[in-house]
Design a binder for this molecule. Structure first.
Ligand SMILES: [Fe+2]
Length: 187
């Protein structure tokens, strides 16, 4: 099985039945990841796999600390024996450190932050995909998260803290996408 096929199957097994809305979001994030293949080159396969797996930490089958980036990354490392960079991408997806609270040092010690261009790409996929898998702007996505959790919630506070970095990451990726040469069709 390919890595992306394994990642999709793993995510489906963990999310589809208990968390169908999270599964719909995950499918949308993976679909967006596929659109970045042209700017990621050899990293495209890794990024698509990370997109499938980024939210598995929400699955009741593996949730331990309740902080889904860390729970997901630990599951990938300890149970799936996934590659180090894939685990680091899941651990730090979408500026996770800003919501880590007491688990921040565990997160950083166990999973060093991934390279910036890959973190940007995963942020782009996650933060331009809504909770049902629909495409959204970064501003719509941030507003949606705050509305869904409520303004006082830890997640809402974390996303507010992260908003400038998330927005900058999405802008960098959008710029790279817009700079891609347009493929000419030939007759
Ligand atoms: Fe997500």
């Amino acid at each position: 099985m390919t890595r992306t096929g394994w990642a999709e199957t793993t995510a489906r097994n963990l999310l589809k039945a208990p968390l169908p809305r999270r599964w719909a979001h995950t499918q949308g994030v993976a679909a967006t990841a596929r659109t970045l293949a042209g700017i990621l080159g050899d990293d495209a396969d890794l990024l698509i796999s990370a997109a499938w797996l980024h939210d598995i930490g929400y699955s009741p089958a593996l949730a331990a600390t309740g902080f889904h980036p860390l729970d997901g990354a630990r599951y990938l490392r300890d149970t799936e024996h996934a590659g180090e960079l894939l685990c680091r991408l899941v651990a730090h997806h979408s500026c996770a450190i800003n919501g880590a609270a007491d688990l921040a040092s565990d997160l950083l010690t166990e999973f060093p932050p991934p390279p910036g261009h890959l973190a940007d790409a995963l942020t782009y996929c996650d933060m331009t995909t809504g909770p049902d898998g629909q495409t959204m702007t970064i501003d719509q996505r941030i507003a949606e998260i705050i509305t869904r959790y409520g303004p006082g919630h830890l997640v809402s506070r974390a996303i507010t803290t992260s908003a400038p970095d998330l927005t900058a990451a999405v802008s960098r990726v959008a710029h790279l996408l817009s700079a891609q040469p347009v493929t000419q069709s030939t007759r």
